[in-house]
Design a protein around this ligand. Structure first.
Ligand code: AMP
Length: 230
């Protein structure tokens, strides 16, 4: 049966990095609603034009638009081995819609990455991403430093920039939005046997190990993740 995993956690918890790594290790596609929206903004599609101002303020795009995007991705044939969701769901309405979309598929495994607020602000206001492909810059590259200006993305050769919504004012707004809209998801999922809380304040490789261990343990117990299926 397929391995279907969602990554929860506040902005800056390392969801994107960990979801990327996990998707690569398991050979399963990752859907990041943030990446899809940023691409739509860059391509000036109808959704991108509507989403840009909302994203710049650190607020949430409407449930209807986001659910439509995820539904379309889940209908693609490449999800037979499973799917990794990063940045979705972000509201209880999205989580309920996802339960509907997952009916008849393998159970959802929920990875919740937990990190204290002060550490999140520090990480977000100092992080750099590739201006072309959006990949995170290597750890230790400080925004504004000559080393950062000279560095190039190992994936596509692009230069590193700060994300438009990674300045301190927008970061604080995103954390507020997380507390109000997304924190209730922890309650929504935590009674499920597939809920895996992870301490995200440790090193990225330690966090990756803990995630794999927790997901593999659940998957073995529940008999999922062994290959083809939905
Ligand atoms: P992220 O890269 O996941 O931090 O997402 C960047 C921005 O995209 C968020 O601050 C939201 O404005 C928007 N966004 C991404 N995913 C969602 C979602 N599931 N629901 C609503 N808005 C989203």
């Amino acid at each position: 049966m397929a391995l279907n995993v969602i990554f929860l956690g506040p902005p800056g918890a390392g969801k994107g990095t960990q979801a990327d790594r996990f998707a690569q290790v398991k050979g399963i596609p990752k859907i990041s609603t943030g990446d899809i929206l940023r691409e739509a903004v860059a391509n000036k599609t109808a959704i991108g034009l509507r989403a840009k101002a909302i994203m710049d303020r650190g607020e949430l795009v409407t449930d209807e638009v986001i659910i439509g995007i995820v539904k379309e991705r889940l209908d693609r044939p490449n999800v037979a081995k499973g799917i990794i969701l990063d940045g979705f769901p972000r509201t209880v309405a999205q989580a309920q819609a996802l339960d509907g979309l997952m009916a008849g598929r393998s159970p959802l495994i929920v990875v919740d990455i937990q990190v204290p607020d002060a550490e999140l602000v520090r990480r977000l206001t100092s992080r750099l991403v590739c201006g072309q492909c959006g990949s995170n810059a290597p750890a230790g590259l400080a925004a504004g430093s000559p080393a950062a200006a000279a560095a190039r993305c190992p994936k596509c050769g692009g230069s590193f920039v700060q994300r438009a919504d990674d300045n301190e004012m927008v970061v604080r707004e995103r954390l507020k939005v997380y507390e109000k809209n997304t924190r209730p998801l922890v309650e929504f999922y935590q009674k499920r046997p597939s809920f895996c809380p992870i301490d995200g304040s440790q090193s990225p490789s330690r966090v990756a190990e803990m995630i794999e261990m927790a997901v593999d343990t659940f998957a073995i117990t529940a008999g999922v993740g062994g290959g083809a299926g939905r």
